[in-house]
Design a protein around this ligand. Structure first.
Ligand code: ATP
Ligand code: MG
Length: 603
């Protein structure tokens, strides 16, 4: 999804973003108290221009007496004309401000850190529970960025932007009230100038944002080139295409620069506009105030306070659009985060599975048809029916793209068939708890991807509570023990990102050990020995035969020698089962696919 789409706010977006409040709710006390402190510190900050006016401004004695006559009580306990009292008051004000600010920042920080922790946790929970279809449709990079950078943006917003936004609003409101009481006339003059300049600035700012978006898009595009080239650096080097990639990247970078240069001009104009008119209007108001002071319509102190309040208002108003934009952007990212949370989930246990189902391992595929949602016009499986008795070994053979791996994905309940159903021990798959059902199966996949930990951790992934000895036994069973021990760190050897530091055959044996450790009732081997040399294959084949004994096993293989002894061999072609039987039966079929294949392979 493009960035722009995500930031754009549709009608229901505030509603969607508001579901975010359930993450705030547990910490609402901290939030509310923080809010109170924010109010207090902002309000106290509003005393600053007034006190500065008292400190700097000098009034004539007549004015002083006229003021003190009006409010004699004030005179008695707090004489702000006395400089040392004034300084003491100011110190108290600043101390209170410091106190409130500390707790405001602390409480907001506490509330943000905790609610975002919950949000991250929940988002991850939803992501890992999402059906595979979701991952076919969404890029992993995009999802990662949502959870990392969007959450980061939210943190910034909740911690700082929101507080600043609220403080500025308080500043504007209270300054205006103060201004009005000091001099209604001057206040109206100010109001007829400052907001107009501010509104023009907002419109201008919006235009700049639009141009800035183009730059962002260009920069995102250049990032994807960067990512692609570095992720596929092996390919780049193998094809000696470094120069091509450099040119490709340069093109993008130049675009970013050109777009940036366009915006630079407007941004410059914007700032000179703001500076000129903002300061211009402030000078205009000061001039008006000065006239009033000269005619005795206003006291000197009030005048100084007035100037400071006006500067406060001007500053706050010109900050508001930027802050508003930031809040808007945060709402946008909240919205897309919430979209993840509302996503479809598999019905998983999400707790350690305690009891095993003890499946016998009878499997029936009943007239299964299936197409991937991302390519729903292509029917990948067309009415597959297959009855497997507990403990049988079933081989799936057929040309590339015939649908063999798809069958294994359906067995594992990664996808639901469009029609037909799969029964385990005579009961439809949907009547089982999904996690428990999957717990009965193990797969050695076609492309083994390991986690970035140690070999030991990777084997233990098959059964998290396995003991060290069980892990070593499993590794021995997979013929992996010897190569593991040949590493200086043995079982503690790090396999690197996605297992990059192991060879294909080594990874495959780790995956086999994992499956052995899991001790499943149903085993799926998708080309489990394809990356092994003939000698290792023989050894692993023995191990696999031991592993397959007594459990229902689906063996997908291109090399027919590995499946010759299976109870049943199923030949698939273009999503259909075209032949099935034992090896001996199948080689007898005149012009049969299996017979052809075996003739080629055994020649
Ligand atoms: N995630 C997916 N989304 C869309 N189509 C897919 C997906 N995975 C596989 N396909 C398509 O489904 C068809 C069957 O693929 P499958 O992986 O089951 O073949 P296979 O028999 O395992 O082949 P191979 O022997 O090469 O592994 C192919 O045409 C493939 O393009
Ligand atoms: Mg496959």
């Amino acid at each position: 999804m493009a960035r722009s789409e995500r930031i754009k706010l549709e009608k229901g977006s505030f509603k969607k973003a508001s579901t975010f409040f359930r993450f705030i709710k547990p910490y609402r006390l901290a939030f509310s108290v923080g809010m109170i402190f924010l109010f207090l510190s902002s309000l106290i900050g509003m005393l600053f221009p007034y006190l500065m006016g008292q400190l700097i401004g000098k009034d004539t004695p007549e004015v002083i007496s006229s003021v003190t006559n009006v409010i004699p009580e004030t005179q008695q306990w707090l004489d702000l004309n006395n400089t040392s009292t004034l300084i003491k008051v100011m110190i108290c004000v600043f101390a209170a401000q410091a106190f409130f600010s500390f707790f405001r920042i602390y409480l907001f920080g506490y509330f943000t850190a905790n609610s975002l922790k919950d949000l991250r946790e929940e988002a991850f929970k939803v992501l890992v529970s999402s059906p595979l279809n979701f991952f076919n449709k969404n890029k992993v990079g995009e999802l990662t960025s949502r959870i990392s950078s969007d959450v980061e943006l939210l943190r910034d917003t909740l911690n700082t932007t929101l507080a600043t936004f609220i403080r500025q609003i308080i500043t504007v409101v209270f300054s205006l009230v103060a201004l009005f009481f000091m001099s209604p006339r001057l206040c109206f003059i100010m109001l007829s100038v400052v907001p107009i300049v501010a509104i023009i600035a907002v419109v201008f700012g919006k235009f700049i944002k639009k141009v800035a978006k183009e730059t962002q898009d260009a920069s995102a595009k250049s990032n994807s080139v960067l990512e692609e080239s570095l992720m596929g650096i092996n390919n780049v080097k193998a094809f000696a295409n470094e120069f091509f990639e450099i040119i490709r990247y340069r093109k993008q970078v130049i675009e970013v620069r050109d777009k940036t240069m366009r915006i630079v001009k407007w941004r410059g104009l914007f700032f000179s506009f703001v500076i000129f008119f903002m300061f211009g209007s402030i000078v205009f108001i000061i001039w008006q105030g000065k006239l009033m002071v000269d005619t005795g319509d206003m006291s000197n102190k009030s005048f100084i306070s007035f100037i400071l309040y006006t500067i406060f208002v001007g500053g706050a108003i010109s900050n508001l659009p930027d802050l508003y934009a930031k809040v808007q952007k945060a709402i946008g990212s909240t919205q897309s985060l919430m979209a993840i949370l509302d996503g479809e989930k598999e019905d998983l246990a999400l707790t350690p599975i305690e009891a095993s189902l003890n499946l016998k391992g009878n499997v029936n595929l009943k007239n299964i048809s299936f197409s991937y949602e991302t390519r729903d016009d292509v029917e990948v499986l067309k009415g597959i029916s297959l009855d497997v008795e507990a403990g049988q070994q079933i081989a799936l053979v057929g040309s590339s793209g015939a649908g063999k791996s798809t069958v294994s994905a359906l067995l594992l309940q990664f996808y639901k068939p469009n029609s037909g159903e799969i029964l385990f021990d005579g009961k439809p798959a949907k009547e089982y708890n999904l996690s428990e059902l999957r717990n009965e199966m193990a797969i050695v996949p076609q492309e083994v991807i390991l986690f970035g930990g140690t070999i030991k951790e990777n084997i233990a992934y098959g059964r998290l509570n396995a003991t060290e000895n069980e892990i070593i036994e499993a590794a021995k069973g997979a013929n992996a023990h010897d190569f593991i021990m040949s590493f200086p760190d043995g079982y503690e050897t790090y396999v690197g990102d996605r297992g990059i530091q192991l060879s294909g055959g080594q990874k495959q044996r780790v995956a086999i050990a994992r499956a052995i450790l899991k001790n499943p009732s149903i085993l799926i081997l998708d080309e489990a020995t394809s990356s092994l040399d003939s000698e290792s294959e023989l050894l692993v084949q023995e191990a696999l035969e031991g592993l397959m004994k007594g459990r229902t096993s689906f063996v997908i293989a291109h090399r027919l020698s590995t499946i010759k002894n299976c109870d049943k061999i199923v030949v698939m072609d273009q999503g259909m089962i075209v032949e099935s039987g034992t090896h001996d039966e199948l080689v007898k079929i005149e012009n049969g696919i299996y017979r052809n294949l075996s003739e080629i392979q055994y020649r």
